[in-house]
Design a binder for this molecule. Structure first.
Ligand code: AMP
Ligand code: ZN
Length: 492
């Protein structure tokens, strides 16, 4: 028995080919899967015949993939050893999961909403034309930095709810600091709240893979992805490491249907790195964007070659802006003695200190607003988690704010920065492009908050998301089924 999705060349629709084989004469049956209900029916068909075939074939395919030497890997379509993957044996896809479509989610760090058109990123623009895109950008959650937004996109929760309120922050209750640069912190699931879409899928018997997505190295909501990679900067930024994410995605999708991950997340740190160093308008940043665009083109071709019903979603976490002026250093306006600090986040032991520093900073400058935590404006969704500190500083423009100057002397802000409120600094807006069997063709969407990606991707995978801050209504117009037929995994 083999089960494989394919793009119907004549009809232009997507379906699953269920081949029930008993002996040399095979009986082919085409099950079109235009709707989730039909996918459920296909799952029932599969369930009946799969058990006889899955275990030996699965183990043999996995052994082959893992055993391939480096040189042979890409030639034979195996995993690329330039990005070592951890594989956890979670067993095969459930029969229900096997009949669902596939979602490949790619994040290009710092790929500002207007870069694609500005620099003629042909592959991204083609993806948008084939499916949907946000010509005016997608709204990152506050603060517009990497870890908070990657966790938001895969949990549907604002940072104050999933708990990763900054790349680096302090937890007053734990009396401990979290840093995205600390391998132990990022792999410690106790820092994270919410249910990542891979955990949701795994809990429903659907296999997943994360090729460097923030949070993927931790057990969150009791689950880990079946496949994941350890983040290290050298691998992440190497040409081989970049190619490996494409090779690995393609190789994983060529596994037998029982094994294939239905959700794959892929992360790239460019063009953010060049953007920080050289600024959003620099030739280096433009070159990095176009390199990422070319990788998206390669990935799209590799995904198309699988013939599987794959929705490809390419996003970014935030944009970039050239900051105005030099550093604004909070301890020049207020006595921060006794405060824990991280960046511009402030944590005091006593209410007296919080109230005092609030009063001192209120009078400091028009370049930032200072709020008591509970009074941070509701639209920022940043007033409920003590990890955000108290008082809270919010820049009123592209101004670089920090609590203290570093001990090793003063420095200029980087050429490109982010973290600002996208409603105040529109350069913070992120990118959104998507196309595939579940997505309508040739549609654009107005700026929307990135919390809404979660219920939308869950819907495409047939998963019922837990309560979250997003709503399927926001992007339902981009779905071929209009977002109807929710609760798809109920009958699994
Ligand atoms: P930002 O300046 O907020 O855009 O942060 C971008 C940086 O986050 C990248 O250059 C990486 O160094 C870092 N980063 C991205 N993903 C991870 C990860 N999974 N683990 C640790 N650091 C990461
Ligand atoms: Zn980022």
């Amino acid at each position: 028995m083999g089960v494989r999705g394919f793009a119907g060349p004549e009809s232009g629709t997507w379906g699953t080919h269920v081949r029930a084989q008993s002996g040399p004469a095979a009986c082919d049956k085409l099950v079109r899967m235009d709707s989730p209900r039909e996918r459920r029916a296909a799952a029932r068909t599969i369930r009946g015949v799969r058990a006889r075939f899955q275990e030996p074939a699965r183990r043999a395919a996995l052994a082959l993939l893992l055993a391939l030497p480096a040189a042979a890997a890409s030639a034979q379509g195996g995993l690329n050893p330039a990005l070592p993957l951890t594989h956890l044996d979670h067993g095969p896809n459930s029969a229900w999961a096997e009949a669902q479509h596939y979602v490949v989610l790619v994040s290009l760090d710092g790929f500002r909403w207007d870069y694609a058109r500005r620099d003629h990123a042909t592959h991204l623009l083609a993806l948008g034309r084939q499916g949907v895109w946000a010509p005016e950008g997608m709204l990152p959650s506050y603060p517009s930095v990497t870890f908070p937004n990657h966790l938001t996109m895969i949990t549907g929760l604002y940072p104050e709810h999933h708990g990763i309120v900054a790349n680096h922050f302090y937890d007053p209750a734990r009396k401990a600091h979290f840093s995205m640069s600390d391998a132990q912190d990022v792999s410690d699931g106790s820092w994270y709240a919410g249910v990542p879409i891979w955990s949701l899928a795994e809990s429903r018997g659907m296999r997943t893979a994360c090729l460097l997505w923030p949070g993927a190295e931790a057990e969150i909501a009791g689950e880990r992805p079946t496949w994941y990679a350890h983040f290290d900067e050298k691998t992440e930024t190497s040409g081989q490491g970049e190619q490996a994410r494409i090779d690995d995605a393609a190789a994983l999708l060529r596994l037998p249907a029982e094994e294939r991950p239905h959700f794959i997340a892929i992360y790239y740190s460019e063009p953010d790195r060049e953007g920080h160093e050289h600024g959003p308008d620099a030739p280096e940043t433009r070159a990095a964007e176009l390199k990422m665009d070319a990788l998206v083109g390669k990935l799209k071709a590799a995904l198309d070659a699988t013939g599987l019903p794959i929705d490809l979603v390419v996003v970014s976490d935030h944009g970039t802006v050239r900051p105005e002026g030099g550093w604004i250093t909070l301890d020049q306006f207020a006595d921060l003695k006794g405060f824990e600090t991280e960046g511009a986040l402030l944590y005091a032991e006593s209410e007296d200190d919080r109230a005092r520093v609030y009063e001192e900073l209120k009078r400091a400058t028009s370049q930032f607003m200072v709020y008591r935590l509970r009074n941070v404006p509701a639209e920022l969704h940043y007033n409920a988690n003590p990890r955000a500190g108290d008082p809270v500083i919010v820049a009123t423009g592209p101004y670089a704010v920090r609590a203290h100057a570093p001990a090793d002397g003063d420095s200029k802000p980087p050429a490109g920065m982010h973290g600002f409120d996208p409603r105040v600094v529109p350069e913070m807006k992120a990118s959104f492009f998507a196309a595939g069997p579940d997505i309508v063709a040739g549609k654009t969407v107005a700026p929307f908050e990135n919390v809404n990606l979660y219920p939308w991707m869950a819907h495409m995978l047939g998963l019922t998301p837990p309560k979250n801050d997003g709503s399927l209504n926001i992007l339902s117009g981009t779905l071929r089924d209009g977002g109807r037929d929710d609760g798809l995994d109920a009958g699994r």
